[in-house]
Write a protein that binds this ligand. Structure first.
Ligand SMILES: [Zn+2]
Length: 383
């Protein structure tokens, strides 16, 4: 990657061109490694990310924070690939393969006995804490897969169906003597979710019905002990709710997804991506106006929507992020010995002076205003 990007570094590309090079040429180098190997250490991820940003900023200090650059365009970023999120989303392809009965690859045999202990596909429905217990018997590669999967899990809200699909096992909310519960021989009989203990009328199965249904031998104390361990407020929420087909929204999404990594990348990204709060505040302060969030989204998108010219987009991007080098900036960096405007020499050359306040800029705006009025009959007042 370093060599490839080094070769491209001399082509005087815009920031967009560089990001395109990263996405289309550099990233594919990593895809295979990140798909089939355990995740590298976080330090190595940082190293890869650094190579990318070094290329984007020509080996100089970053002008915009990395967590902003990885964001979506409407959030003020440029969608620079975030390698850690990328690696995690690639790993989830394996969960899809695990869940897909059509996939009969021979690697499945290698993990079959480990999965059996957790009811095969049910392992993907364990909660975060359960999964981190389960993953201990798997190798580093599968641990990376499970780690990624556990990070996108959502813990239940108040929807009854979400309570019903709570796993009984290794669940921090279902404790007996302050310990999480796990009964391997019950799992083998297909008992895994709260849903499995519910009958069609929405109440818990009686001991007899439970034993008949699953063909397990247990006693009143064990069975009722488990039911009493289920939190009271959950029981209230599922009162009279009949058993249903278990469906986990992430698993459903995964099954339907054409491209798993594309689907989950934004979810991983959302925990790290940021919007440029400081710059927004600065604009609002300088212009003495309040700008609401969705207005900002519009402003960030305007350059992308109105032109295909990457130089222009790039220019406007620099203005929006206030990284355009005006004289007042160059003066602060001691590159120039004056901070005054290059055109009128009278006022400090800030972005708003240079492009709006300066007499020379005003004349351009007035001319445009007149032309629009006279030639197109459009009345605009630039402000
Ligand atoms: Zn001026």
């Amino acid at each position: 990657m370093k060599k490839l990007l080094h070769d491209w570094a001399f082509r005087n590309l815009t920031i967009f061109g560089k990001i395109t090079v990263v996405k289309t040429l550099a990233l594919p180098i990593l895809v295979q490694c990140l798909s089939v190997l355990p995740d590298p250490k976080s330090k190595q991820f940082e190293e890869i990310q650094k190579i990318i940003f070094n290329f984007i900023w020509d080996g100089k200090i970053d002008k915009i924070r990395r967590n902003i650059m990885i964001s979506d365009k409407h959030k003020g970023g440029l969608k620079v690939p975030h390698i850690l999120s990328f690696a995690k989303s690639l790993k989830l392809t394996w969960v899809k393969k695990c869940l897909d009965p059509q996939c009969k690859s021979s690697w499945k045999i290698l993990i079959a006995d480990k999965l059996e202990k957790w009811g095969y596909s049910n392992i993907w429905q364990l909660r975060r804490e359960g999964l981190s217990t389960a993953m201990q018997v798997f190798n580093n590669f599968w641990q990376s897969v499970m780690q990624a999967w556990s990070e996108i899990m959502q813990h239940p809200t108040t929807a009854p169906s979400e309570i019903l699909r709570q796993p009984l096992w290794h669940n921090n909310e279902i404790l007996i003597n302050k310990q999480r519960v796990c009964k391997s021989h019950w799992i083998k009989k297909g008992i895994f979710f709260i849903n499995d203990l519910i009958n069609d009328n929405g109440s818990f199965l009686s001991l007899e019905n439970f034993q008949d249904k699953f063909n397990v031998h247990t006693n009143f104390l064990t069975y009722n002990g488990l039911i009493s361990a289920i939190p009271k407020h959950w029981k209230e929420l599922i009162k009279n709710v009949p058993r249903e087909e278990i469906s986990d929204c992430n698993i459903e999404k995964l099954r339907k997804a054409q491209k798993v990594s594309k689907l989950f990348y934004p979810i991983f990204l959302s925990s790290v991506a940021e919007t440029p709060v400081n710059v927004k505040h600065k604009w609002e302060e300088r212009m003495s106006i309040d700008i609401v969030e969705n207005e900002w989204e519009q402003y960030f998108m305007i350059p992308h929507n109105v032109t295909m010219n990457t130089k222009l987009i790039s220019f406007q991007f620099q203005i929006l992020h206030r990284i355009l080098c005006t004289n007042s900036r160059l003066f602060i960096f001691k590159i120039l010995d004056t901070e005054m405007c290059s055109f009128c020499h009278e006022t400090k050359e800030s972005i708003s002076h240079l492009f709006y306040g300066c007499l020379h800029a005003r004349n351009i705006w007035i001319t445009i205003q007149e032309k629009l009025k006279n030639l197109c009959n459009i009345d605009v007042c630039f402000n």
